[in-house]
Write a protein that binds this ligand. Structure first.
Ligand code: SAM
Length: 329
């Protein structure tokens, strides 16, 4: 029996941020000068939280950050998460979101430990533009090596996330479409959301699903393929069946009605929406010695109150109480 919120949505996906440190300073995410802002818990503390959530019906766990590969001990943590069992008695599906910089050396050990899938962020396939976006020199080759190592390790399907910023990298739509075809990965374009540290978002900077589809279709016809109801991405193939594209359009085509997610921040707070204006301190409860039963009741109460939807672009929009790097994307 999954967890339900008061809007009737089943909550099955947990995202755990294990650090808000990051070795990249992507222009649409960070200021370039600010560093980490929140504590990290021990892996045993995240594991206890994950166990409680899985006992409540969570079936998918995604590890994220900040940059999760910066945390020593990650492989061992994945091994322990893989030993959890869902309500149905199965292993949870374990995924990881990373910038890929350190992935080449970790893909196989992570796979061996029980990681199922990986998503790598790559916002340009031109090394110089990539360096301007990440504000780190010479990262591109590491990331491509990481993507290839993930494929070799069988962390399938390897997904590549690209955030498009108008006037910056929308010229990368077709090159990334080609990258999907050449590298055998699913490329997913994500609309830019107002979750960046320097509050530079404006509707004009968002490259929308419609524009992405039009640009790719002019290169090669696209065919839409069915997606699961809870999946956030619209999915497409090129007409010859080579390459797969996903488009995540939280701004132009919100999917809040199908949201199945809950997040844990690196310092152990529950967030029920990326755009929440408050969070819920599970770690503090645990620190004060709460029993598993007390924590479970707390989690159920918090989930019940999950927000109906975000208000991006509306006059009553209130910025989230944390930005993406400090939440865990
Ligand atoms: N460091 C990892 C990475 O680079 O993928 C994981 C954390 S990162 C915050 C997770 C995802 O959030 C990335 O795919 C990133 O592109 C995306 N992201 C960050 N800021 C965003 C924004 N303002 N709008 C949309 N997506 C954003």
């Amino acid at each position: 029996m999954p967890l339900f919120d008061k809007h009737g949505r089943a909550i099955t996906d947990l995202r755990i941020s294990i650090t808000d440190r990051c070795n990249y300073k992507c222009v649409y995410c960070r200021t370039g000068t600010d560093g980490p802002a929140y504590a990290e818990l021990s892996f045993d503390e995240y594991l206890r939280m994950a166990r409680l959530f899985v006992g409540l019906g969570i079936t998918k766990i995604r590890l994220t950050g900040g940059e999760p590969l910066l945390r020593n001990g990650l492989v061992e943590f994945v091994r322990k998460v893989a030993k959890l069992r869902t309500v149905e008695g199965e292993r949870p599906d374990i995924a990881l979101t990373t910038n890929g910089d350190l992935l080449a050396g970790l893909a196989q050990p992570l796979k061996d430990a029980g990681l199922n899938r990986v998503t790598v962020s790559l916002d340009a396939v031109e090394p110089e533009l990539f360096a301007r976006i990440t504000r780190v020199p010479n990262g591109f080759d590491n990331v491509v090596a990481g993507i290839r190592a993930a494929r070799r390790a069988g962390l399938d399907p390897v997904k590549v996330n690209c955030v498009l910023l108008r006037g910056f990298n929308e010229g990368q739509i077709v090159p990334l479409g080609k990258f999907s075809r050449e590298e055998g990965v699913i490329v997913r374009f994500i609309e830019f959301m107002p979750l960046e540290e320097d509050r530079a978002w404006s509707p004009e900077k968002v490259v929308t699903l419609k524009e992405i589809v039009e640009t790719l279709s002019a290169y090669r016809p696209l065919v839409e393929i069915p997606h699961e109801r809870s999946e956030t991405a619209r999915k497409y193939r090129f007409d010859d069946g080579v390459g797969e594209i996903g488009i995540i359009a939280p701004v132009s085509m919100p999917f809040c009605g199908q949201c199945s997610r809950v997040r844990l921040t690196s310092d152990g707070k529950i967030r029920t929406c990326l755009f929440s204006v408050w969070d819920h301190d599970l770690y503090e409860l645990m620190r004060r010695g709460a029993t598993d039963g007390e924590c479970v009741r707390f989690i159920e109460d918090v989930i019940a109150k999950k927000e109906a939807r975000h208000h991006i672009g509306e006059p009553d929009f209130v910025p989230a109480s944390r930005t993406m790097v400090h939440i865990g994307g």
